[in-house]
Design a protein around this ligand. Structure first.
Ligand code: FMN
Length: 378
């Protein structure tokens, strides 16, 4: 008779359980935002914003709100109801997601011959956490000198891939060099592709995932944001989407519920740790990114640079997945945080902003998006 473990392994091994993509079901289409973004929009701000909401962002919280005063201005806020207090106490990762949003907004504006004049933190940098003050004021101005950026075309093709990456065909050194080269000074980015360096990061990364999953507050935060099955995915269109043909059966026998996922000692948690250890083991290379300090400005610049790195990788046929667990700043992760910083020559004062798997993998589905209307303040 099969045990719960063998059932889960068969499902995962057969690809029956997928993480992160969209699913068909009743209710709004969670992938709609990816198809011809901004179609029919006459206001170029709304057209550009329809692209910006496709940015990578932690836990797919999509924490972006805008006001559209006048005819050419955007006031951009972080949605403070969509933070990750347990796993991202200083809101560093959420701020990176805001930077990625601004980069895609800028790419879309350029596509329309518009210069995006971006003033960051017009009312000051919020510390130690984000608050109600705007992240940025943006003015779009027609400018004949503005040129389209070829990365624009990758916006709808870019997806975070949590697949096993092909170890028999690692990314070419020249391609890794192109990906890290897009990070502008004073940021620093580099690739780790040597056997010992990759093995060390796989080991740290696997321990980081296990630590997160066995820390009750962190595990429960992720569990609360997990959408199980097509109906929940369509209703929320955010968070961590779990789907697969046998999912309802697994949920029905109590293998995959928010309660078991949030329980550090459950079978679901142990299975997830095993599964993620296998995923990270299938990593031929990593890239990382850091700045000269840990200011909000550096975090925004890092989010912008990460978006460009991922778009560049997409253009080169490479997949990426951030592996952020050991960059998280909650007390139970402190020792692994220090170990990760030390391994890559960073420090808490000028820490790593992103650590990311990179390699070749089969295509994945787009992650859900809530749609532009949800981001415009009433
Ligand atoms: C700062 C930051 C941290 C992230 N950390 C992780 C991570 O640890 N694991 C992961 O699988 N994805 C991570 N992601 C990717 C997001 O989960 C992903 O962007 C989001 O689910 C939307 O999916 P998409 O990138 O395919 O549009 C991170 C993204 C950002 C910007």
């Amino acid at each position: 008779m099969p045990t719960r473990r063998t059932v889960l392994e068969v499902l995962i091994g057969g690809g029956a359980l997928a993480i992160g993509g969209c699913a068909s079901g009743s209710g709004p289409d969670p992938a709609a935002a990816w198809r011809n973004p901004g179609a029919g929009e006459r206001d170029p701000r709304r057209w550009a914003l329809a692209h910006a909401i496709l940015a990578p962002n932690p836990h797919n919280r999509q924490p972006w709100l805008v006001d559209l005063p006048g005819t050419d201005e955007i006031v951009f806020y972080a949605d403070t109801t969509r933070l990750l207090p347990a796993t991202d106490p200083p809101n560093r990762q959420i701020t990176l997601g805001c930077g990625a949003f601004l980069e895609l907004l800028d790419l879309a504006a350029r596509e329309r011959g518009l210069r995006a004049d971006i003033t960051l933190w017009p009312q000051g940098e919020p510390q130690p956490v984000l608050d109600a003050r705007p992240v940025a004021h943006v003015r779009l101005a027609a400018d004949g000198a503005v040129k389209p950026d070829p990365l624009f075309r990758q916006i709808t093709a870019r997806h975070t891939s949590r697949e096993a990456y092909d170890l028999s065909s690692p990314p070419a050194a020249a391609d890794l060099a192109r990906v890290v080269a897009v990070a502008p000074s004073p940021l620093t980015a580099a690739a780790v592709a040597d056997k010992a360096g990759v093995a060390r990061l796989i080991d740290i990364g696997a321990r980081g995932f296990a630590r997160e999953m066995t820390t009750a507050d962190a595990a429960q935060e992720s569990a609360r944001l997990t959408r199980i099955g097509p109906a929940e995915i369509a209703r929320h269109r955010d968070g961590i989407a779990l789907k697969g043909p046998f999912l309802e059966g697994m949920a029905a026998i109590g293998l995959l519920t928010r309660e078991t996922m949030g329980d550090p000692n459950s079978f679901a948690t142990r299975s997830a740790i095993d599964m993620f250890a296998k995923t990270i083991a299938a990593t031929p290379a990593f890239v990382w990114l850091k700045g000269p300090d840990n200011s909000r400005a550096t975090q925004i610049a890092s989010g912008r640079a990460y978006a460009r790195m991922h778009l560049t990788a997409t253009a080169l046929g490479l997949s990426m997945q951030p592996w952020s667990m050991t960059l998280q700043e909650f007390p139970e992760m402190a020792e692994l945080y220090r170990e990760t910083q030390a391994a890559l020559g960073a420090s808490p004062r000028a820490p790593l902003q992103m650590l990311v798997r990179i390699g070749k993998a089969k295509p994945v589905e787009p992650a859900p998006r809530r749609g532009l209307a949800q981001h415009i303040r009433a």
